[in-house]
Design a protein around this ligand. Structure first.
Ligand SMILES: Nc1nc2c(ncn2[C@@H]2O[C@H](COP(=O)(O)OP(=O)(O)OP(=O)(O)O)[C@@H](O)[C@H]2O)c(=O)[nH]1
Ligand SMILES: [Mg+2]
Length: 185
């Protein structure tokens, strides 16, 4: 059974072992924490209608591997200095964590922005082993995705096969996501 282990900000408080980790990153409010709850089939991560809910690095045990929930970024109502703090935490985790084997960038399929493009660019240069989860696809028809996936991939500057449309709410493509995780762990 998946469970919450701890929240931490600085690397000295991270868990020190060799267990593999995957993480979810993305703009505030795209549904990273909700997705972790869907994967766990249990409410183990805190979610909110208000962007900026997750402000630390949160570790969850999933047995064979750990899942890490990172703070969201890019929400205008959060102060500039707080935004910089959050980006710093994310950057430190992504660039220093040796346990990290795969990154899942979560986007809102209905609102893909320049901030998503910037993160894809950062990942391409620093952590090429990443996938893009287009969440909230319950509000976006399958045929609409099929018609637009090439456009979305080219806007984000990635191959189409890096894109996985999902819905944390409706559990769409969650098996596909688990298969993807299993391939790494
Ligand atoms: N329609 C729909 N809403 C969703 C889905 N996943 C999450 N949400 C909603 O999106 C809002 C934000 O969800 P969170 O999981 O807290 O988002 P987050 O990315 O963790 O946000 P931060 O912690 O601020 O970075 C909540 O109101 C969720 O109910 C989905 O698949 N479909
Ligand atoms: Mg969150």
């Amino acid at each position: 059974m998946a469970m919450f282990i701890k929240s931490a900000e600085s690397p000295r408080d991270w868990i020190s072992d060799t267990k593999k980790e995957i993480c979810f990153i993305g703009r505030s409010n795209v549904g990273k924490s909700s997705l972790i709850n869907t994967l766990a089939n249990n409410n183990i991560a805190k979610t909110s209608n208000m962007p900026g809910r997750t402000q630390l690095v949160n570790f969850f045990d999933f047995g064979k591997y750990r899942v890490v929930d990172l703070p969201g970024y890019g929400f205008a109502n959060v102060s500039k200095s707080k935004q910089l703090d959050l980006l710093n935490i994310i950057n430190t985790y992504l660039t220093q964590r040796e346990n990290l084997i795969c990154v899942f960038l979560v986007c809102d399929i209905n609102v893909i922005t320049e901030k998503d493009v910037e993160m894809v660019d950062f990942l391409s240069n620093n952590f090429p082993n990443f996938y893009i989860l287009l969440n909230k696809s319950d509000k976006y028809s399958k045929s609409h995705f099929d018609n637009n996936k090439i456009k979305i991939a080219s806007y984000l500057n990635v191959d189409v096969d890096k894109l996985i449309p999902i819905s944390a709410k409706k559990k769409t493509n969650i098996t596909k996501l688990f298969n993807c995780i299993d391939n790494f762990c």
